[in-house]
Design a protein around this ligand. Structure first.
Ligand SMILES: Cc1cc2nc3c(=O)[nH]c(=O)nc-3n(C[C@H](O)[C@H](O)[C@H](O)COP(=O)(O)O)c2cc1C
Length: 176
């Protein structure tokens, strides 16, 4: 039986892909074989003993392909250790800790399909040039102007590695 872990992600501007890579590296360092792949490229979960799935947040939701991934594979995911994470800008706001509980509710649609053994909530990155539409760019420029969000990379690598290390412990029995 393989001890492979899948880290599957959905990302638009690359920040979540970077978080997934970092989680993958930490899990590899703990001795597991790890595949880090965009969700759309994954069709078969049978080679994996455990699965981590994560998505960027848009409008308070996981990206559509991410929730679709969990919906499609829910039967298989319920049989394995499954962990979920999200990447968003709310957690990069000043005093973000007070929003954590609210941000956690954005994983409710995932929990309704498959209950994760662990949930990671991470701050992301904002590059307004990568925001797709003019009206969204204007909205984000105003948010920056009024100090709600600030542009740049707010990913907290220590928090990401700490969560991945906890996962390695939680997944441990399934992988041995
Ligand atoms: C159109 C759009 C909508 C967003 N909506 C939210 C949101 O509702 N809440 C939030 O905290 N962050 C929101 N964000 C911020 C993203 O979640 C953040 O920039 C994240 O790092 C993007 O990840 P990615 O680079 O993997 O796509 C939004 C970003 C964009 C571009």
């Amino acid at each position: 039986m393989s001890n492979k872990i899948l880290v599957a992600y959905a990302s638009r501007a690359g920040a979540t892909a970077g978080v997934a890579e970092a989680i993958g590296k930490t899990l590899s360092a703990s001795g597991a074989q790890v595949d880090v792949r965009p969700m759309q490229d994954v069709n078969d979960l049978t080679p994996y003993q455990a699965v981590v799935a994560g998505s960027a947040i848009r409008e308070g939701k996981w990206l559509p392909e991410a929730i679709q991934f969990v919906q499609t594979h829910k039967t298989e995911l319920r049989r394995k250790p499954f962990a979920a994470f999200l990447v968003c800008m709310t957690l990069a706001m000043p005093g973000a800790e007070k929003y954590r509980q609210h941000v956690a509710t954005w994983l409710e649609p995932v929990r309704a399909l498959v209950r994760p053994v662990s949930e990671g909530l991470f701050a992301g990155a904002l590059d307004i040039r990568k925001v797709p539409t003019f009206s969204q760019r204007m909205k984000f420029r105003l948010s920056v102007l009024f100090g709600v969000w600030s542009e740049g990379d707010h990913r907290d690598w220590d928090a990401i590695h700490a969560w991945a290390n906890e996962l390695a412990v939680k997944f441990g029995p399934a992988l041995s």
